[in-house]
Design a protein around this ligand. Structure first.
Ligand code: ADP
Length: 151
């Protein structure tokens, strides 16, 4: 069973995340979208909202499940018996950041990270830009799945 964890804050989920998840589906038997909860972080959307956005978006996809976790991502991977972490890469800054984490996760837990390059159409999207547009009342509908924009 090839099970991958796609970890993130998803505050909120964007079309960039959706692109990576959909393209990961043929590579794995199951993808667990894992929403990390860090008590030191301020989120725009509650954990319940972030989870329901993702569940609504992928409700017809039996290979995709949504879970929440706190603590080390590798501990969560072990708990759900996932040997792979899926991550998206948008630019060199993502690469430098992800490289160190991927080496560390393989080092401490033997977990392989699989990277997918973001699609051209969604490469500019980030949750932080979406939050900024929401904050100032702008139109963010073409950056997020319908479950987020109709909220
Ligand atoms: P984190 O707080 O861990 O950065 P995010 O929710 O921002 O969590 O992102 C989770 C994953 O989704 C990361 O691998 C990130 O690189 C990827 N990602 C974010 N935005 C995009 C995008 N527009 N295209 C592709 N991947 C993306």
């Amino acid at each position: 069973m090839k099970r991958a964890v796609f970890p993130g804050s998803f505050d909120p989920i964007t079309l960039g995340h959706c692109d990576i998840i959909r393209r990961g589906v043929p590579l794995f038997d199951e993808i667990i979208v894992a929403i990390g909860e860090n008590s030191a972080k301020d989120y725009m959307f509650s954990l319940e909202q972030r989870q329901s956005f993702i569940e609504a978006t992928f409700k017809n996809q039996p290979k995709i499940t949504v879970m929440t976790y706190s603590g080390l991502t590798t501990d969560f991977c072990k708990a759900v018996e996932a040997k792979f972490i899926l991550r998206g890469l948008r630019n060199p800054a993502d690469f430098e950041f992800e490289k160190a984490i991927a080496h560390t996760n393989r080092n401490i837990a033997g977990i392989e990270t699989v990277f997918l390059l973001t699609s051209v159409e969604t490469s500019f999207i980030s949750s932080s830009i979406v939050r900024e547009i929401i904050h100032y009342g702008g139109d963010f509908k073409n950056m997020v799945p319908a479950a987020v924009s109709r909220n």
